[in-house]
Design a protein around this ligand. Sequence first.
Ligand code: COA
Length: 212
Amino acid sequence: MGTAARHPLTIDDTGEVVTRLCRFRAGRVRGRDLGEAASRTRRRRVPVREAGAKIRTPPRRARGRACEDAPVQRALAENLVLDDDVDRVDVDAVHDFLSNHAYWAEGRPHDVVRRLIGHATRIVGLYDGPRQVGFARAFTDGTSVVYLADVYVLPAYRGRGLGSELVREMIEHGPLRHLCWILHTRDAHPLYRRFGFGEPTERVMERAPAPR
Ligand SMILES: CC(C)(COP(=O)(O)OP(=O)(O)OC[C@H]1O[C@@H](n2cnc3c(N)ncnc32)[C@H](O)[C@@H]1OP(=O)(O)O)[C@@H](O)C(=O)NCCC(=O)NCCS
């Protein structure tokens, strides 16, 4: 089975990466309602019939190929598994880590975490049986740039190469691998350098968030 068939993303006729939105159609992440994000996603993809009007289908560019909802699972040592199935994400566990233990997401509300997962192009979870012990999230414009965010492994599982495998699965094994990856980190530079990340050139600029 080729990469395009195994992954929740595919390349459309124009060469663009297209999210296989069918994964979100149920509108739920592990039993939790994804709410607005999923509904909006559904609305974009499903033909809309107005009174007396013909069914309008999305333009060819937006449709991509057939929707194949086949999550990627990769078994690691000691019964640990990497899985990119968004339905498997334990939003409570991810929220707990991010809002209480991640310097970049301290205090992030539960519904924001849930929404970010719902909007992600791809998530990769690290699981020890049913337990969520690691996570990474990516989102993209589908053509040029993809952003890696919210990478973590629980403290008890660190230092065994699991963070590296999580990042590898996200950036090297999916159809997003041909895009330009961007991330922010305060101190995990050694981890990301392994995967080809380097210091930005003079061509990169950043605008800090405006105060609320
Ligand atoms: C970063 C993190 C995911 C790495 O997970 P891990 O399972 O320990 O990763 P690995 O075992 O594959 O180790 C990756 C390498 O990166 C290095 N590294 C990881 N985190 C680092 C940090 N904060 N500072 C410096 N080096 C770090 C490790 O030393 C290791 O290098 P080594 O093998 O030469 O010792 C984990 O430490 C974590 O969750 N940290 C808290 C959240 C966080 O900071 N996430 C990154 C946000 S950008």
